[in-house]
Design a protein around this ligand. Sequence first.
Ligand code: DGJ
Length: 334
Amino acid sequence: MKTKLVMLFILIIAEPCFAQERNFRFNPGKVWLDDEHNVINAHGGGMLYHGSTYYWYGEYKQGKTVLPEWATWECYRTEVTGVSCYSSKDLLNWHFEGIVLGAEKTDSLHDLHTSKVVERPKVIYNSKTKKFVMWMHIDSADYSKASAGVAVSDTPTGPFTYLDSFRPNGEMSRDQTLFVDDDGKAYQICSSEDNATMYIHLLTDDYLKPTKTFTRNFEKKYREAPAVFKHHGKYYLLTSGCSGWDPNVADIAVADSMLGEWKSLGNPCIGEEADKTFYGQSTYVQPVIGRPDTYVAMFDRWKKTDLPDSRYIWLPLTFEGDKPKIIWHKDWGF
Ligand code: DGJ
């Protein structure tokens, strides 16, 4: 009896130490742990669904946050560490796959040098070349380079080989995302012309470069943080305004084709602090596979003076007729 009691006691006390962290609900803005009890570190991220697995790529932010001496605006920064990757079967429980594109520590001229800016990585799969292609915002510390960088890998979990950076069609590219349409055509969507106008570039068949086909959208409207998805044959583009790391009001626009005319539908956010996007900034919208008409809208809640402690706001995106809405929930699940 005594032995049984001791064993029961050990099980009750020790079990939580051996148990894997399991998440059952989304808790926007709260610290989110991976399956090894570490805080998930994938900011400005994007998602890829491949081989029945979700992959979440993002900026791995580590170390001290500083405001450079020369700063004329609040360009708080951390040194570049690289792009992280997490995998999941259910969007709630994530396994760290590592840093799939690491920073360059010695060559100070390299795009990935710790002193530079590497933001908003997105990965798509090219079924013709069988390559995983990553595009990201590459910049100098003062954000004057305004370019897009491209890296490739044979597997979703890397390592990715960095190829080059450039200004797509000779135009600036800062906040950016990628979208692959059902016909296999891929697009890069980016804030250009000093963030005043959003460009959509049709990519080459190998997804490594822009073609000469592109459109200028929301001219002089200063939109950034783009996230694109397709619903019932229409294309939706979620964006933020431009206010550095501080929150502002979101907008969602709709179009009949990626290179067509985009029409604003206004702010899709509903609930307390909806005019500040719940203190978040959009980064991606992920369709939930196997659940038609169900989407997860991903936002970053930046903590500008301690960027590694920035949090994630993931919320359900639903439709009322043709109008998308994102309602605040402090706790939710599927
Ligand atoms: C807003 C952008 O969306 C972020 O990715 C980052 O570039 C900050 N600006 C820098 O202030």
